[in-house]
Design a protein around this ligand. Structure first.
Ligand code: PMP
Length: 431
């Protein structure tokens, strides 16, 4: 079986995510046969560096032997059992570990199976917790340019027009407050003033403010100062609004700390985790919250305050075992410290981009780096040109519009990092 045969079989049936399928009349689909470390290998034997960790999920390399081994053992022991009325060791252990790693005392954990579902859980819990305390608050507040997933609730609090506009008539009610314009403290203060102005008018009707701490990843890797989180948390407290930290993309060391919120010293009321939680092996998500919020649902059944949300695969043992393996790796080696060196190298290698006339800005937060280009119309689809150029030279990038970014697995070596960035540099120069 080669690439072309595999592609034909695929296109006969599969409708791909986030894709205009007609594009595949001209853009080949890449059937991947196997992967190891940062490398993906297709059916023709071509190899590509996965510069975006397969949509930001892969932390410790593809086919990571340790995670694979733990998963195999778990599959032979207990593959799944429902989590209502039952429990299992991988879930219990994972909950203990995540609650102790999380900032503050986020002591209660609810499982889901993907990022969007985790956001749905947090939104519903927030609304319901206020209701259980006698307040009806039908609105949610989020940042401009935010992204929280594709299900109706998650899309409702997002603000990326490309994904949201079509569905506007069927979405929940939400209000957007301006994200800080850049990484300065001044922009953070200005955005906090805007937030306060909205809260002064609408606070009594708002359940929660949901934010992507420090980096709005799908929003073109827009980055802002931790001070904003600190100020936003204070405002949320004073107006009795929950703060939901969507750490789905930025959690598990991506921004330099285990969770991005830590850089602002902020403890949210809800923290959503997914993506890197299993190192890219299994779909899994978790929402952490406080004893206080948990307590507002805790009563006799006939008072009808329970959180009756569920997914069939809630807390799947295979997913939990992979997440435990990921935490083992964090415990066994100083991943954050090693990432500091990797991030520093990435920053150094990106310096030459700043000299290019079509580069507007180079920005970086930990293991997330972005090169924003300027001077291109959306219709030029500069992202496809960059993708194509790099792919032919063994590097897989997936720019967001004219923002080229790097979010490689943490196991990337110095040589691989050089190849990734040098190739991207040539791509930008070639435009
Ligand atoms: N929140 C954030 C910040 C994300 O980046 C994403 C996915 N890109 C999601 C939520 C949704 O996660 P999923 O794709 O697993 O539904």
């Amino acid at each position: 079986m080669n690439n072309s045969e595999m592609m034909q079989r695929d296109l006969t049936h599969i409708w791909h995510p986030c894709t205009q399928m007609k594009d595949h009349e001209t853009i080949p689909l890449i059937p991947i046969r196997s992967a190891r470390g940062v490398w993906l290998e297709d059916f023709d034997g071509n190899r590509y560096i996965d510069a975006i960790s397969s949509w930001w999920v892969n932390l410790f390399g593809h086919a990571n032997p340790y995670i694979g081994e733990v998963l195999t053992k778990q599959a032979a022991t207990l593959e799944h059992v429902l989590l209502a009325g039952f429990t299992h060791e991988p879930a219990v252990r994972l909950a203990e570990r995540l609650c102790s790693l999380a900032p503050g005392s986020l002591n209660r954990l609810f499982f889901a199976d993907n990022g969007s579902s985790a956001v749905e859980v947090a939104l519903k819990m927030s609304y319901h917790a206020h209701l259980n305390s006698g307040e009806e608050r039908p609105l949610f507040l989020s940042l401009t340019n935010s992204y929280h997933g594709e299900t109706i609730g998650a899309l409702s609090v997002g603000d990326v027009e490309l994904y949201k506009k079509i569905y506007e008539p069927i979405l929940l009610r939400s209000v957007q407050t301006p994200v800080p314009a850049d990484r300065s403290e001044e922009a953070a203060r200005k955005a906090a003033e805007d937030l306060e102005a909205i809260l002064k008018v609408h606070a009594k009707r708002i359940s929660a403010l949901i934010v992507e701490p420090l980096v709005q990843c799908a929003g073109n890797m827009h980055m802002y100062h931790p001070l904003y989180l600190e100020l936003a948390k204070k405002l949320c407290e004073s107006y009795n609004i929950h703060l939901i930290a969507d750490e789905i993309a930025v959690g598990f060391g991506r921004t330099g700390t285990m969770f991005a919120c830590e850089q602002a010293g902020v403890v949210p009321d809800f923290m959503c985790l997914s993506k890197g939680i299993t190192g890219g092996f299994m779909p899994l998500a978790a929402v952490l919250t406080t004893d206080e919020i948990y307590g507002s649902f805790y009563c006799d059944y006939l008072e009808y305050k329970a959180f009756l949300h569920s997914h069939s695969y809630t807390g799947n043992p295979l997913g939990c075992s992979c997440a435990n393996a990921v935490l083992d790796i964090f415990e066994k080696s100083d991943v954050l410290k090693e990432n500091e060196k990797r991030a520093e190298l990435m920053g150094r290698l990106l310096e030459p981009f700043k000299e290019l006339s079509n580069v507007k800005e180079v920005r970086q937060t930990g293991m997330i780096a972005a090169v924003e280009l300027e001077g291109y119309e959306p219709a030029e689809r500069v992202n496809l040109k960059l993708f194509d150029f790099c792919l032919k030279r063994g590097v897989f990038v997936r720019p967001l519009g004219s923002v080229l970014y790097f979010m490689p697995p943490y196991v990337i070596t110095e040589d691989e990092m050089k190849q990734m960035i040098d190739t991207a540099y040539e791509a930008v120069k070639s435009l």
